[in-house]
Design a protein around this ligand. Structure first.
Ligand code: GAL
Length: 434
């Protein structure tokens, strides 16, 4: 008897969780959990790439599959970050109607594989020698028991700080490298009548900024102890309390925009010059480009304060589900297309990330991407290449979702102290360890 799909709350709790997340995330999705069975040649892909830039990047993959005779069907969940998309995926798998493939992150890929829900694409990976093309950090999370079950598309860097140069000039300031410098720049921007930090009320973005603060305040080792090994002595520590206090201090430098103000709107606040800085991964570049801004020129990119030597990675991948024999060819074609050298260049130029294949040159990429490429390699050598907690690379999706909630509540509730938030975060992180 098969164990349930991805280890999630029971069906009733799952439905409640979906309703809660839906209310929180203000989402819309194209195909609900009970979508009708697919036509024979359809390739249905669950993803949350719904912004202009993301859709433009994905269009290249759709074109490849259509050219090979497959009819691409979107199962789209517009919620950014992917939290709700995973809930919708769970309900489809539990109801016995999984999509052909889904955009899933590292830790969740392993969860699905452990529950024997994924189809192997090892045949394609061996034929195309993926092991020689991918860094071990990447290939390890795409395999289960040594066989590939997911195809990686990209490497996003999360610990970026984006700066509008006109705002910097107006504040007569320089790009900050440390947290002391950051708050000095933010004060100068505030005095110049600008919103220093563009912010979106989405939980996954709160967590993305928080994890970068943790590295800057506590250091790489602290991040590994607290968020990779979930050590109680790190989760409850002076470093964690200082991280939370530094994170909350950011709030007075943001405009009160509400949860409906998503990551695309926050990025637009920066590109329009309404805000001076933005803490976000480099998927934001796709929207900057859509606004006619050149990353590295019209928008500056620097590592988040005090994180210059670290690289927090967020890798998007398509995991193939065990649907039935008819989709096998489509899944193999999809896997081959994702890792195609030309596709890797074109998709990542549009997406804002860097190619996951080591043999794709970055000559055509912007300076921020070139810096990402160099830092990815140097941080891998130094042991400061870190899986992003916020983007599901470091812990199971239900653990991450619980931690998102705590950080979002801490941000929203002015009365919640750093000490109380620290206790709740430790409880959320360790809930499965009991
Ligand atoms: C991340 C994902 C990116 C981008 C971003 C905003 O989790 O890896 O590809 O989609 O969310 O939605």
């Amino acid at each position: 008897m098969r164990r349930p799909a991805c280890p999630v709350p029971r069906r009733a709790a799952l439905a409640a969780a979906i309703a809660t997340l839906a209310a929180l995330a203000g989402f819309a999705f194209a195909a609900g959990p009970q979508a009708p069975p697919r036509a024979v040649d359809e390739v249905e892909v669950l993803h949350f790439w719904t912004s202009g830039g993301e859709a433009a990047a994905l269009a290249k993959l759709k074109a490849t599959l259509r050219a090979e005779g497959h009819n691409w069907k979107d199962f789209t969940v517009a919620d950014g970050g992917g939290g709700l998309a995973m809930m919708m995926l769970n309900s489809r798998v539990v109801s016995g109607n999984p999509p052909t493939a889904a955009q899933i992150k590292g830790a969740a890929i392993q969860e699905w594989a452990r529950n024997d829900r994924l189809a192997s694409i090892d045949e394609v990976a061996r034929a195309d020698q993926w092991n020689t093309l991918l860094p071990a950090t990447v290939s390890d999370t795409m395999k289960y028991h040594g066989r590939y079950i997911a195809a990686p598309l990209n490497v996003h860097r999360v610990n970026w700080l984006w700066i509008n140069p006109a705002a910097l000039k107006k504040a007569n300031a320089k790009p900050p490298a440390t947290w002391d410098e950051f708050f000095a720049v933010a004060d100068a921007m505030k005095k110049a009548g600008l919103v220093p930090v563009a912010h979106s009320g989405q939980s996954w973005l709160d967590m993305g900024a928080f994890e970068s603060v943790a590295i800057g305040v506590g250091g790489v080792e602290f991040y590994k102890r607290a968020f990779l090994r979930l050590e109680p002595s790190a989760l409850v520590s002076p470093e964690m309390e200082k991280t939370l206090a530094t994170y909350k201090r950011l709030k007075s430098y943001t405009a009160n925009t509400g949860a409906g103000h998503d990551w695309v709107a926050a990025t637009a606040m920066l590109t329009s010059g309404q805000a001076g800085m933005l803490m976000m991964g480099d998927w934001a570049k796709a929207e900057m480009r859509a606004a006619g801004k050149r990353p590295g020129v019209d928008v500056l990119c620097v590592p988040m304060p005090d994180t210059a030597g670290a690289f927090t990675f967020d890798i998007d991948a398509l995991a193939m589900f065990q649907v039935n024999g008819r989709d096998k060819q489509a899944q193999q074609d999809l896997a081959r297309a994702v890792m195609d050298k030309d596709f890797q260049q074109e998709f990542n130029l549009a997406k804002g990330s860097i190619p996951v294949r080591l043999d794709v040159k970055l000559d055509k990429f912007d300076d921020c991407a070139k810096r990402s490429g160099a830092d990815f390699k140097s941080s891998a050598r130094r042991g400061t290449l870190l899986p992003s907690l916020a983007h599901g690379m470091a812990q199971p999706s239900h653990t991450v979702a619980r931690m998102w909630d705590v950080i979002s509540q801490f941000w929203a509730q002015d009365k919640m102290s750093a000490r109380e938030a620290m206790a709740r975060l430790a409880e959320a992180a360790r809930a499965d360890a009991r």
